[in-house]
Design a protein around this ligand. Structure first.
Ligand SMILES: [Fe+2]
Ligand SMILES: [Fe+2]
Length: 297
């Protein structure tokens, strides 16, 4: 049997280890992303990769059978999900997941310190983290375009829900760090399951299958790093609370996206979140991502 390379994400860490890991993450993220383009909510290396995808588009050999069904259901489900094909469900569900992320980061961008006013390494990391999330929305948009869906719009939530999302980053760390970490973990769990579904649903469309996975990989590499980074904010009590939060958090969030239960095994996703330890990720993701030192064997 192979010896595992990594420990559970819920592994304990001392204050000193966490301080050292923030320093190390800050070096990683600058190297990984290049310069922050704050006015554009963008990053130099990410922009270059995104440009490459746009300059080299691929298309479905056979267009989607029912794009109208997607446009009718992507913001809110209008039809009975049972009547929709799995490809449509995958794409509308993906949009809904990404839309939540987009709403969250829009709210946060205006309330967290900008780079000029970021004095601690944690503040700087958080600023770049948000810029990466904006890049993810662009990549998700490109995934939809790759499937021929060029009329998708990023629609804000209701004003009340938008306000709630705006309050979240203003909460003190001891309240906000565990939910923020579990949200990142949920992202990685979802992207791993989504990756397998892309494989399955696009067997007859090898070019688009490959491209969607490349786009998703760009996101997943960042999200795996975010999982470690957000974990690093959390002390010994908070990390126990976080593990306890996985089940209610995943359940609540995925209940809000009816596509998810139709396509994925939510109980397995919860188990994957609680057992998360980096060992099941492919090497090419691990090599480009970041893992806290205390999670390495
Ligand atoms: Fe993201
Ligand atoms: Fe993230």
């Amino acid at each position: 049997m192979q010896v595992p390379k990594f420990r559970s994400i819920f592994t304990a860490a001392s204050k000193q280890e966490r301080t050292n890991n923030f320093e190390n993450y800050w070096l990683f993220t600058q190297h990984h992303n290049g310069e922050l383009l704050e006015d554009d909510k963008d990053l130099v290396n990410k922009r270059a990769k995104f440009q490459f995808f746009q300059d080299n588009p691929v298309q479905l050999r056979t267009p989607l059978i029912n794009p109208e069904a997607l446009y009718r259901n992507y913001v809110a489900m209008q039809d009975d999900p049972k009547t929709l094909d799995r490809m449509t469900l995958m794409l509308t569900g993906m949009y809904k997941f990404a839309r939540h992320e987009w709403v969250g980061i829009k709210g946060a961008w205006d309330v967290v310190p900008n780079m000029a006013n970021s004095h601690s390494v944690e503040d700087k990391i958080s600023r770049v983290h948000l810029a990466e999330e904006f890049c993810h929305v662009r990549l998700f948009d490109e995934m939809l375009r790759t499937c021929g869906l060029d009329k998708v719009e990023w629609v804000p939530l209701s004003p009340i829900k938008e306000k709630i999302y705006e309050q979240f980053p203003k909460f003190p760390g001891f309240l906000m760090d565990s939910p923020a970490f579990v949200t990142e973990l949920m992202g990685v769990t979802y992207y791993c399951h989504l990756n397998r579904l892309i494989d399955e649903l696009l067997v007859d469309e090898p070019e688009v299958q490959k491209r969607l996975k490349e786009l998703l990989d760009e996101i997943t590499i960042d999200e795996v790093a975010h999982v470690g980074q957000r974990r690093n904010f959390i002390g010994p009590i908070g990390i126990r609370i976080s593990k306890w939060l996985v089940k209610p958090f995943y359940t609540l969030f995925f209940n809000d996206i009816p596509e998810v239960a139709k396509l994925f095994d939510v109980n397995q996703m919860i188990k994957d979140g609680e057992a998360f330890d980096f060992n099941h990720l492919p090497d090419y993701i691990i090599e480009k991502s970041w893992i806290p030192s205390y999670c390495k064997v």
